[in-house]
Design a protein around this ligand. Structure first.
Ligand SMILES: CC(C)(COP(=O)([O-])OP(=O)([O-])OC[C@H]1O[C@@H](n2cnc3c(N)ncnc32)[C@H](O)[C@@H]1OP(=O)([O-])[O-])[C@@H](O)C(=O)NCCC(=O)NCCSC(=O)C[C@@](C)(O)CC(=O)[O-]
Ligand SMILES: NC(=O)C1=CN([C@@H]2O[C@H](COP(=O)(O)OP(=O)(O)OC[C@H]3O[C@@H](n4cnc5c(N)ncnc54)[C@H](O)[C@@H]3O)[C@@H](O)[C@H]2O)C=CC1
Length: 442
């Protein structure tokens, strides 16, 4: 990664899109075809779409924004985000701007260790079956690795075997579940397909060793051996804005954190805010976001109560934020080398390794959460969010072209960001302006 790339691009959001492109071109040495890619005109050719999924009838677009100001472990990152919700990109950039003034995010990510699960039934005595499996661990690992020799050559592959005996859901009369875990290092890949291949591949040997019958052979999306963590420490005075001192803002954020820690109803929304950022960058970079979502929420519930993925507290005059969650990502495999838009997004991120990507994801989640809690714990979410949502409202009401921004500004000024109000504003325009505003004069 180049150190000459900065994600601190003041007032980038005020520029027209062509000037944003010009800026990126200079900084990242993008080619004209890269820019066409960004604009979507070459995003995903129908022929590729038809090869990617079944019954393809077209492609579907989302806006691609750039999260700015993000600094992780002293390095700047531009964050491509594919998302339909207004204010998400602004919010992450806003938070990252404050955090970078405090030294940026510190993050780490585990190696790509994933779990393949094999469910065994009719195995007899669970203790004996467990002993037989563990006594033949090396044979099982060798067999698993024989299905992916290239992965072993890269330093990855099956590394360990664990056995779990779980109580029968029907109660003591039912057979306890015997679950074998294959721990597999998937290196730069998310790994689902290769884990499933290995899990299916070792099943006959497990049946032979236990005398039982294997049912499911599939990865677990609770990727708790592959966690990413990020932390930030913001001096309280740095939280101040024109309206409020830092202490008041810090108090609002720590109160929000306490609420989420105590109440699953709130924790769900808190985590939705975290995932606003993570999902957007996951979609842009071709990740399996359902897998990331499943892992995040299962991890949030690991203590038996659904809890927040991030927490905030005060320590020695600083507001400290922490996040930890499973991060099963890939920079190869799946659609990553197939989808040209994904390749472009990874180019904007300067082709990170999978661990770098995981650290950026964690930092984005924490930044997104900070921005939401900062608003929620002080002026409320509607002020900033609705100001940006106003453009969507104006378009829904029929505004087009330059009039979208004008109507949006009038809605915010009126403190009334509603489609009826936008229609009322459009209807109150002189006939010529109204025709221009709704595009009916073209
Ligand atoms: C919206 C802001 C950022 C405005 O905040 P502001 O105070 O107007 O921002 P600012 O003018 O001080 O600008 C600071 C920086 O923010 C960025 N920024 C500022 N404006 C823009 C813009 N238009 N476009 C792009 N970037 C923008 C930009 O980087 C800018 O730096 P600059 O480049 O100017 O030096 C703030 O009010 C905010 O963060 N609000 C929270 C919004 C949010 O969280 N949205 C998510 C959707 S709500 C939801 O789904 C989640 C939730 C809330 O339920 C989760 C939960 O409950 O926990
Ligand atoms: N429950 C779940 O999460 C499930 C997810 N999936 C899907 O599986 C896909 C991901 O599976 P993968 O196995 O990651 O993709 P994949 O099947 O494309 O395998 C990754 C490929 O990349 C190659 N590779 C090249 N360089 C590598 C490197 N440095 N490190 C690692 N591999 C390297 C590997 O040899 C392998 O052939 C996603 O599309 C996901 O949606 C599929 C089934 C279930």
């Amino acid at each position: 990664m180049s150190d000459t790339v900065t994600s601190r691009l003041p007032r980038f959001h005020k520029l027209p899109m062509e000037e944003r492109h010009a800026h990126l071109s200079r900084m990242l040495r993008l080619q004209p075809e890269d820019l066409r890619q960004l604009l979507g005109s070459e995003a995903l050719p129908p022929v590729l779409a038809n090869q990617m999924i079944e019954n393809a009838v077209g492609t579907f677009s989302l806006p691609l924004g750039l999260g700015l100001n993000l600094q992780v472990n002293g390095r700047d990152h531009l964050v491509p985000m594919a998302v339909e919700e207004p204010s998400v990109v602004a919010a992450v950039s806003f938070a990252a701007k404050i955090v970078r003034e405090s030294g940026g995010f510190t993050a780490e990510a585990d190696a790509s260790l994933m779990i393949g699960q094999i469910q065994v039934s009719r195995y007899g005595d669970p203790k004996v079956a467990t002993e037989h499996i563990l006594a033949n661990k090396e044979q099982l690992l060798a067999l698993a690795n024989s299905f992916h020799p290239a992965m072993v050559a890269r330093g990855g592959g099956a590394k360990d075997v664990e056995v779990r005996v779980l109580p029968a859901p029907e109660g003591p009369c039912g057979e306890p579940l015997l679950i074998v875990h294959l721990l597999i290092d998937t290196q730069e890949a998310m790994g689902a397909n290769l884990i499933n291949t290995m899990a299916e591949g070792v099943a006959p040997l497990i049946e032979q060793l236990t005398g039982g019958k294997v049912y499911l052979r599939i990865l677990s999306n609770l990727a708790d051996r592959r966690l990413a963590r990020a932390i930030c420490r913001i001096p309280v005075p740095l939280l101040a804005d024109f309206e409020m001192p830092g202490e008041i803002i810090a108090e609002g954020i720590t109160q929000a954190s306490r609420f989420a820690e105590a109440d699953p109803y709130r924790a769900a929304t808190h985590n939705k805010g975290v995932m606003n950022g993570i999902d957007a960058v996951a979609i842009a970079t071709g990740q399996d976001w359902r897998a990331i979502e499943a892992g995040a929420h299962a991890f949030a519930c690991r203590s038996g109560q659904y809890r927040p993925l991030s927490t905030w507290y005060l320590e020695e005059g600083h507001l400290v934020g922490r996040i930890e969650l499973p991060m099963a990502l890939g920079v190869v495999g799946g659609p990553i080398k197939v989808h040209p838009g994904v390749q472009m997004a990874l180019k904007l991120m300067q082709t990170p390794s999978v661990r770098e990507l995981a650290m950026v994801f964690a930092a984005v989640g924490l930044a997104q959460n900070f921005a939401a809690l900062r608003a929620l714990g002080s002026v409320g979410i509607q002020k900033g969010h609705m100001a940006m949502h106003a453009r969507c409202v104006a378009v829904t009401a029929g505004a087009r072209g330059d009039w979208v921004e004008k109507i949006a500004n009038l809605l915010v000024k009126a403190g009334h960001v509603k489609v009826e109000k936008a229609r009322e504003l459009l209807a109150s325009l002189p006939a010529e302006d109204a025709a221009a505003a709704t595009g009916t004069n073209v």
